[in-house]
Design a protein around this ligand. Structure first.
Ligand SMILES: [Zn+2]
Length: 230
């Protein structure tokens, strides 16, 4: 699974092995500059990436640690720096796809999405969306939420559209009726949200992602999972 990501990580570790030490106040160099760049892009650091780990960088590292429910040490071990890099890659889209073909995915993941008591189980079509969606459970800065939802929302819209198309092959009238119902509901709901929080705000985009996620998982369950229980 995710073989190329592991390859990239290995390359990254090889390239940066000289600076694999813990990044902390007073550390300087390319490793710090790179980490600052990730923190800036995700909205934790409002400064230049100058390669010097100072007070502002330390505060940004703590803010990052707090937002992902980690202990706020203000320092990053090599492993923690990799975790930050992965978050940055996921959110900015530097990491897309896992290089597996559809047949391989079908072997690894169930045919339909399902809700379990503790979490959502994603199918082979939607596991990647689900992985991105799960990042919204962190308390990310608005900038990161916007970056993430700008990618997530259109992908959910496409996924939902594909499900309605699939449904319409067996029951075109019902599919069209339900799709229209959902779209009307969503646009009315969004209008209220936009009036309350402003267009393109992080709150509105996150809310939109939540609704599209639920609709997608529900419909996927109805079309693919429920049938296997019958
Ligand atoms: Zn699914």
């Amino acid at each position: 699974m995710r073989r190329w990501i592991i390859c990239i990580l290995c390359l990254f570790l090889l390239c940066s092995s000289a600076e694999a030490a813990t990044l902390k106040r007073g550390t300087r160099g390319e490793g710090v500059r790179e980490m600052q760049q990730w923190l800036i892009e995700l909205g934790y650091l409002h400064d230049e990436a100058d390669g010097v780990f100072g007070k502002k960088t330390e505060a940004a590292v703590k803010a990052y640690q707090k937002s992902v429910n980690k202990k706020q040490t203000g320092t990053l071990t090599a492993e923690q720096a990799d975790e930050l890099m992965f978050l940055w890659m996921e959110i900015t889209g530097a990491m897309e796809g896992d290089g597996l073909g559809e047949d391989e995915l079908k072997e690894l993941y169930p045919d339909g999405c399902a809700w379990t008591e503790a979490e959502t189980e994603y199918c082979w079509r939607h596991f990647e969306l689900g992985r991105l969606y799960s990042l919204l459970h962190y308390d990310l800065p608005d900038q990161a939420v916007l970056l993430l939802t700008e990618r997530l929302v259109p992908q959910y819209e496409d996924a939902l559209m594909a499900l309605y198309d699939e449904w319409s092959e067996t029951d075109p009238d019902k599919a069209a009726e339900e799709q229209e119902k959902f779209e009307t509901f969503l646009s009315e709901h969004e209008e209220q949200m936009v009036n309350a929080y402003g267009a393109d705000s992080a709150v509105v985009m996150k809310d939109l992602a939540v609704w599209l996620h639920s609709a997608c998982v529900d419909l996927c369950f109805d079309l693919h999972t429920a049938a296997s229980y019958e």
